[in-house]
Each structure stands twice: as structure tokens, then as C-alpha cells.
Design a protein around this ligand. Structure first.
Ligand code: GLN
Length: 276
């Protein structure tokens, strides 16, 4: 009798572990297409302070990324649920399966690719400097000695922090001096570029570094400010992220993006939300 029980327990344990393994084998976890369809909703993580890509309008979050997300939800036949979270918790949140995908004008970077998988590129951007109308900035080195506001965890943050602190050469591990290093410039990290720009208007900082279209939106909504392209910044491409290995969901997202791009819809969405 004892032996039978032992065998039974072993068979049960084996069965359970294979069920667990099967559930995880595609890397999709609780955000697999099957689970999403079963629950009837898909959850998107965003940070709604990045017009025209995402912004708060009354009780709703609207914008280019929401329009894209609605198309993804429609394709899957489920409801879209948008969660407005801190920008720097989007990638970790997707990595740990708290939401199905992150869409927030997220630049595809090698570093982020270590934590999540990205869709095809759907928009290109570049970093801009927002400053007072009478200021004269064009390149990163023009910000020497200045107090610079950025949104925490963004590519603008990385660019300015690296320019101030310097970087490490990947091969030699030697310190590479940043263009603002030792200049007295400081980097102040904010929850979003709107808050940073309020400090700019109050005279607490001298400039804000953020992506092109959100910079233009902030300037349009506030008098006394202007924005200029950061001359030495590299172009950046936006992608939607999913948890690593969630290939099935990524395939649906890529199909939707390919269709929207070929129909010229992304540009229409940008235009439709450009007054935000
Ligand atoms: N494109 C920038 C990044 O990915 C900023 C995105 C954002 O602030 N929503 O870091």
C-alpha cells in the first residue's frame, strides 16, 4: 500500500511539473494569447505624460499608442485596459508579466532588449532640448554648467547622465570622459517631462531633454518656452514591448503595426493627437 502511494505521488508530481513547464515553455506565462482571450481583456502599461503618444484627457488616457493598442485588442477580440504607471516601471512590469505589453514611445535599446522583446519599429524620434525662449542651446556641450531636467529612466536621462558622469569602455573598461563631465552641469530626474518643464518655467533648471514630439507639445502648451533638436543626438526608434519569448502575442502586434504603417495610419494618429 505504501509503495502504491509513493508511486502515485511521484506520478502526480511529474504530471504537475509538466503542466507547469508547459505553461512557461513559450515564455508567455500569464500573458499568452490564449490566456488573454480567455480573460476577455488585454492590459497595456504606459506613462500618460508623453503627448501625442499618451496623455490624460478627463478620465481617459488617449494618444497614438492607445490608438495602436485598440487595434491590437480588436485583432484579439478583447477589451483594452490601459494602466498609467511610472515610465521606469514599464519594462520591469512587462518582464514580470504584470501587463501584456508596454506602449509608451519606448525607444528600442540593446539594454532593454535584455529584459523584454520588442515589436517592429513604428516611429522614429530624436532628443530635443526645451529651454526658455532667450536661451541658446544646440548641442549637448552647450549645456555645460547647466541644471538639466530629464524624465527618469528615459533615453534622454541616459544621454545626459552619461554626458555628466562619463561612461565605461566596454572592452578596456576604461573611463570615457563625458562632454559635460566636470563642467558643473547637473541632471535632475523627474517623473515626467511636464513636471520638469514646470521647474524650467520656475527657473529651478535651465533645460529639459526629452523626445521631439512631447517637447513640441509642452512648448505649444506653455508660453515663454521653445525647443530645439539636440544636434548630436542619434535617431531613436519606438517599439512595443512584450515579455521575453511571448512570440505569439508579438506576432499579432507586428501584424497590426505592419498594417497600420502601410495604411499610413500611424501618421494620421500623430496628426489627430498633435494638439494635445
Ligand atoms: N523614448 C524615450 C525612452 O524610451 C522616452 C519615452 C517616454 O518618456 N515615454 O526612453
Amino acid at each position: 500500500m505504501k509503495l502504491v502511494k509513493k508511486i502515485l505521488a511521484a506520478v502526480l508530481a511529474l504530471g504537475m511539473s509538466s503542466v507547469l513547464l508547459a505553461g512557461c515553455s513559450d515564455g508567455a506565462g500569464n500573458q499568452s494569447v490564449a490566456k488573454i482571450k480567455e480573460s476577455g481583456e488585454i492590459v497595456m502599461y504606459t506613462n500618460a505624460a508623453f503627448a501625442p503618444f499618451e496623455y490624460v484627457d478627463g478620465q481617459d488616457v488617449k494618444g497614438v499608442d492607445v490608438e495602436i493598442a485598440l487595434e491590437i485588442a480588436k485583432e484579439l477580440g478583447v477589451e483594452l485596459k490601459v494602466k498609467d504607471v511610472k515610465f521606469d516601471s514599464i519594462v520591469p512590469g512587462i518582464e514580470s508579466g504584470k501587463a501584456a505589453f508596454g506602449a509608451a514611445g519606448i525607444t528600442i535599446t540593446e539594454d532593454r532588449k535584455k529584459s523584454v522583446d520588442f515589436s517592429i519599429e513604428y516611429y522614429t524620434s530624436v532628443q530635443y532640448i526645451i529651454c526658455k525662449e532667450d536661451a541658446d542651446f544646440a548641442k549637448t556641450e552647450d549645456l555645460a554648467g547647466k541644471a538639466i531636467g530629464v524624465q527618469l529612466g528615459t533615453t534622454g536621462d541616459f544621454l545626459i547622465s552619461d554626458a555628466i558622469d562619463g561612461t565605461e569602455d566596454e572592452e578596456t573598461k576604461e573611463h570615457v570622459k563625458g562632454v559635460l563631465e566636470g563642467s558643473g552641469a547637473s541632471c535632475k530626474q523627474y517623473a515626467n517631462a511636464i513636471e520638469a518643464s514646470q521647474d524650467l518655467m520656475n527657473g529651478r533648471i535651465d533645460a529639459v531633454v526629452i523626445d521631439k514630439l512631447p517637447a513640441e507639445s509642452i512648448v505649444n502648451n506653455n508660453s515663454g518656452l521653445k525647443c530645439v533638436k539636440l544636434e548630436d543626438a542619434e535617431p531613436e526608434a519606438y517599439g512595443i514591448c512584450v515579455s521575453k519569448g511571448n512570440e505569439e502575442l508579438l506576432k499579432v502586434i507586428d501584424e497590426v503595426l505592419n498594417r497600420l504603417i502601410s495604411e499610413g495610419k500611424i501618421d494620421s494618429f500623430v496628426l489627430a493627437h498633435s494638439n494635445a
